[in-house]
Design a protein around this ligand. Structure first.
Ligand SMILES: Cc1cc2nc3c(=O)[nH]c(=O)nc-3n(C[C@H](O)[C@H](O)[C@H](O)COP(=O)(O)O)c2cc1C
Length: 163
């Protein structure tokens, strides 16, 4: 049976899931992008998977990084999601356009995030056109009230680097 790409796209397009901004640092390079492909993969030990498109500037920086920060974004802060989802470090400095500070292991923490955790990269998986990062949480901050941005609320954004 041949699967039509348009049918697959229609199925995936109906899904909804939390959106995150994933940031990282390697040496003097900082990077981060909006990520929807992600899930908790284990309870004990705690593990979380985020998937980074190979064409994103973030993929280059994270290839030399040991840790990332995963941020939940407030529903009222679509502008922060837009900055990290539509712009690329390839042509702009995102970190000059938002408030952040150095977090554990030097990863940039976004001041406006609803909640965040920092994860150590335990494994890197070849998942097609995305690289899967299996994360071990090493620090957690802030508490979200659950009112966070999800994919369907951001479906009108144009990704900076279409995968
Ligand atoms: C709704 C939406 C969902 C996205 N999901 C992902 C994702 O799961 N993984 C990813 O690597 N990029 C995803 N992107 C694309 C990046 O956030 C986008 O291309 C960004 O501009 C890349 O920035 P960079 O080149 O600075 O890394 C998504 C973008 C949008 C608008």
């Amino acid at each position: 049976m041949i699967v039509e790409q348009t049918d697959v796209d229609a199925f995936f397009g109906e899904l909804d899931y939390p959106m995150y901004v994933v940031t990282t640092r390697a040496g003097d390079d900082r990077a981060g992008c909006l990520v929807g492909f992600s899930t908790q993969t284990s309870i004990d030990p705690p593990r979380f998977l985020v998937c980074i498109s190979e064409v994103n500037a973030t993929a280059r920086t994270v290839s030399a990084a040991t840790h990332v920060a995963v941020h939940q974004i407030k529903r009222t802060d679509k502008e922060l999601a837009r900055l990290f989802g539509e712009e690329s470090e390839d042509w702009t400095d995102k970190f000059a356009q938002c408030a952040w500070h150095d977090g554990p292991h030097g990863v940039p923490l976004l001041d406006g995030a609803a909640a965040w955790f920092v994860g150590e990269i335990a494994e890197r998986l070849d998942l097609g056109d995305h690289c899967g990062l299996v994360l071990v949480p090493v620090a957690v901050g802030d508490r979200s009230d659950g009112d966070i941005l999800t994919f369907q609320q951001l479906a009108d954004l144009d990704a900076g680097h279409p995968a």
